[in-house]
Design a protein around this ligand. Structure first.
Ligand SMILES: Nc1ncnc2c1ncn2[C@@H]1O[C@H](COP(=O)(O)OP(=O)(O)OP(=O)(O)O)[C@@H](O)[C@H]1O
Ligand SMILES: [Mg+2]
Length: 519
């Protein structure tokens, strides 16, 4: 018995010695290693496993941390009573997040997941190339061990996607331009961006409501059609061609599309791009969920001569050549044809929108605008390339109603029926663009009644002018017809005409008639 006690006492002594040794002799790193060992033993008996997602991973910012933060900020079931509020640069919305050391319960496929936001003070820094924040932040995810495969397989991807969506919704759209052509900046980007705050929406757009609805449905189907595009083996992209006279709302429509879908816009200035490969580079640097716009496509490039273009492109594909070589090979004829020393070709552009390269991202919309659709090559118009052709026309009665509602807040019952009738009668004949009409409404918007009166006057005037013009055109046409007829008659007279008229032979030559009586 005495021996047992003495052995216990000696064991205690050893333990106490170990503890003192641990605190005095062993450096903190070793103590930390011991603690880690103990926690590992503890965890091996626990039915949970833990994932740490730290804010800074080595020297890089951990993207997953930001994504989790955003994702959790969208969750309404935050348990803590203290929330952190943030507003990012260029953002119009405020997001809230978990406060320090707060927890939140999430469920995914009916599996419970517990998130904890762990914040601790960073120990005084040794030398570092990059100063680190004073606080060490991270999320710890606790899940049941048996759910681990599912979380690793899809939950984290789901969080990344959800965070990207939230970011897009919170952040203002961006408008990118390639003002430097296709050349790259210091960070290897060919695009420059500015926040895009165009107020145009489908509500403010004056056009036929049925067409508008059709376009909106088309966009909706496109944005939610990932599985459809995958199933049918098509690249997830769509092309729209907007055509019509200047001031009919083509650019406004693009802005409305971007605002409707929450996409960024890449405004491609084709005249600044010099080669097909530059064009391809630009395409590769566009992000998904974006609208790539080429305005006034008929003015940007000579798009009518596809064969010549194809030859040029195949020439330039054979071996890399300098611009100078290429230009001299193209010869002055080609230069005159394109109007500049641009070597972008129609086939290059078609590859850009349609070829294999167009699939290097997904969920992208191409929009081309033109005032002269008849000038475009049929290759550009064939279906599959430009899926929807949208004609933006002069202001119709339906469009006018939208403009009156938006600018003057005049609905159906706010004006007398006779006024509506008057407007309806003249608006089509006036052939005024929505831009002209809205200019008028803005001018007199302080006096609404006057605005409508003035508008009717202008519409009538334009309608008369058009009718006059049409009258003049008709007169001109008639005159021309008359001239033609007289020319034909003169022509007929100049011919030799022989016929009998009962009394004898009549010879008609160059307008002169001779009678030869029968003997
Ligand atoms: N359909 C429309 N609905 C509402 N506003 C319009 C419409 N069309 C034109 N506007 C007004 O006219 C202005 C010019 O329109 P916009 O720039 O969209 O015309 P566009 O068709 O792109 O012309 P262009 O062919 O010259 O580029 C816009 O700022 C907008 O206020
Ligand atoms: Mg425009």
């Amino acid at each position: 018995m005495k021996e047992t006690w003495s052995s216990i006492a000696s064991l205690m002594g050893v333990l106490a010695f170990c503890q003192t040794l641990l605190h005095t002799v062993f450096p903190p790193e070793l103590r930390f290693a011991f603690l880690k060992l103990f926690s590992r033993i503890f965890l091996s008996f626990s039915s949970y496993c833990y994932f740490d997602i730290t804010e800074i991973d080595g020297v890089n910012t951990n993207e997953l941390y930001n994504a989790v933060q955003l994702y959790l900020s969208s969750s309404a079931s935050i348990s803590g009573s203290r929330l952190t509020l943030t507003r990012a640069l260029n953002s119009s919305a405020i997001t809230f997040g978990l406060s320090n050391n707060d927890v939140i319960l999430d469920t995914y496929n009916s599996i419970p997941l517990l998130w904890e936001h762990v914040v601790s003070q960073r120990q005084s820094q040794s030398f570092s190339w990059r100063p680190l924040p004073d606080e060490k932040r991270g999320f710890t995810l606790r899940i049941r061990k048996k759910d681990k495969p599912l979380v690793l397989a899809s939950y984290l991807d789901y969080i990344m996607d959800a965070a990207a969506d939230i970011r897009r919704k919170n952040q203002d759209r961006l408008l990118y331009t390639n003002s430097r052509g296709g050349s790259l900046d210091g960070r290897g980007h060919p695009w420059e961006s500015v926040p895009f705050k165009h107020p145009s929406t489908f509500d403010t757009l004056a056009m036929d409501p049925d067409t508008k609805e059709e376009i909106m449905n088309d966009l909706r189907d496109f944005a939610s059609g990932q599985s459809f595009y995958q199933k049918t083996g098509r690249a997830w992209k769509r092309g729209y061609l907007l055509y019509g006279p200047p001031g009919t709302g083509k650019s406004s429509m693009i802005a409305a599309m971007a605002n409707f879908l929450g996409y960024d816009i890449y405004d491609l200035e084709l005249t600044e791009v010099h080669t097909n490969s530059e064009l391809r580079k630009l395409l590769m640097k566009t992000s998904s969920k974006s609208i790539i716009v080429i305005e006034d496509i008929d003015c940007s490039i000579n798009l009518t001569n596809r064969n010549a273009a194809a030859n040029n492109s195949s020439n330039s594909n054979k071996s890399p050549k300098t611009r100078h070589q290429c230009d001299s090979e193209m010869g002055s004829g080609a230069m005159e044809e394109t109007g500049s020393n641009n070597t972008i070709t129609l086939s290059g552009l078609l590859n850009f929108t349609d070829g294999l390269w167009s699939c290097c991202g997904s969920e992208r919309i191409f929009v081309f605008t033109t005032n002269h659709v008849e000038k475009l090559d049929p290759a550009l118009l064939r279906s599959g390339r430009m899926d929807m052709h949208i004609f933006m026309s002069y202001c119709s009665f339906k469009s006018l109603k939208i403009l009156l509602k938006n600018y003057l807040d005049y609905g159906e019952g706010d004006l007398e029926q006779s006024v509506w009738d008057e407007l309806e009668q003249v608006v089509d004949k006036a052939r005024m663009t929505p831009a002209d009409v809205s200019e008028h409404l803005i001018k007199y918007r302080r006096d609404k009644a006057k605005a409508v009166r003035e508008l009717i006057e202008v519409l009538k005037l334009k309608a008369e002018m058009n009718a006059g013009k049409r009258g003049l055109e008709l007169e001109e046409e008639q005159e021309q017809e008359q001239e033609k007829r007289t020319l034909v008659a003169e022509d007929d007279e100049s011919k030799l005409d022989l016929h009998e008229d009962g009394k004898g032979l009549v010879i008609k030559e160059n307008g002169k008639m001779e009678h030869h009586h029968k003997e």
